[in-house]
Design a protein around this ligand. Structure first.
Ligand code: SAM
Length: 283
């Protein structure tokens, strides 16, 4: 079927939604990317080949999906809005594998793919990326559009205000490259905040992290103003009867000063600390 939707015109999108008895729901972060040039650049950045499997999160009315299919991707798309799903099935029939439901849970039962594309809804973007990494669902490359401040946290370096447990989580598995900033006017309806596209390339050299790595980094950032020593003691107190001694030895062994804060530590520092603690707590 020829695609009747003009994805670049707010008035045409509005008219299409009205005809279908649909709306742009804030609750699901439904802001449509109305710039074809940007959609093309995002797909170029994903860099897949014809026949490659691609997951798309939140296809909406199919603006990006149509381009992915044109370029020969095998697309599996996750969409929560039943009305949009009806439109997508009519537009793309069996060329698209459509998973109707909440991507936050539905991905777990879905065959993995090497590529992921998503103009992510604001309320689930960071959580979805964190879940993928913590649950070990890795992609060779992801290109996501996300709230700008979340993008800044994803690519932040030590000693900066945006550096957080989420920065370390992303860097633990991926090389994170910020791409273009998208002003609200690139979307219909226009959101009040800017977005940013980010590319994440899987690190071939990523180490095997112990199970306590992710809880540890979250705990060390839980009270940013407190020292690593303080937060580490609280973390260990819940896991070991010997928390104070363990903490003292760990800090000396990993060369972390008593006054250091989590924002001063690099990914290598966190990795060394997690590996040492995992070993010590096992023995
Ligand atoms: N891809 C389209 C575009 O770029 O124009 C629409 C992107 S819009 C920002 C986000 C899309 O994600 C909407 O279609 C929304 O219904 C969908 N969505 C929101 N929450 C979701 C969830 N938990 N699981 C799956 N899809 C979701």
């Amino acid at each position: 079927m020829c695609n009747p939707i003009n994805y670049d015109s707010p008035s045409a999108l509005r008219a299409f939604l009205d005809t279908e008895g649909l709306g742009a729901r804030k609750q699901f972060g439904q802001n449509f990317l109305i710039r074809r040039d940007i959609r093309t650049r995002l797909i170029d950045a994903l860099g897949f080949e014809r026949g490659d499997a691609v997951w798309e999160i939140g296809p909406g009315l199919g603006a990006m999906t149509a381009l992915l299919l044109e370029r020969g991707a095998q697309v599996t798309a996750f969409e929560i809005d039943q009305g949009f799903c009806r439109v997508l099935r009519n537009l793309f029939d069996e060329r698209l594998t459509l998973i109707e439901g909440d991507a936050l849970s539905a991905w777990r039962d879905t065959d993995a793919a090497p590529y992921l594309l998503g103009n992510l809804p604001y309320n689930i973007g960071a959580r979805l990326i964190a879940d993928f990494i913590e649950q070990g669902r890795f992609f060779q490359r992801m290109v996501v559009t996300i709230q700008r401040e979340v993008a800044q946290r994803m690519s932040a370096h030590p000693h900066t205000k945006n550096y957080s447990s989420f920065s370390i989580l992303c860097a633990s598995a991926y090389t994170v490259t910020p791409l273009m900033v998208l002003k609200g006017a690139c979307f219909y309806p226009a959101p009040h905040v800017d977005s940013q596209a980010v590319r994440l390339d899987l690190r071939p050299d990523r180490p095997r992290y112990p199970a306590l790595f992710y809880p540890l980094i979250r705990a060390l950032f839980s009270s940013r103003r407190k020292t690593v020593k303080h937060n580490l003691r609280d973390f260990l107190a819940q896991r070991s009867g010997d928390a104070v001694r363990l903490m003292d030895v760990a800090l000396v062994h990993c060369n972390i000063g008593a006054g250091a804060r989590a924002e001063n530590l690099s990914l290598d520092d966190f990795t060394a600390l997690a590996l040492w603690l995992a070993d010590a707590m096992q023995g």
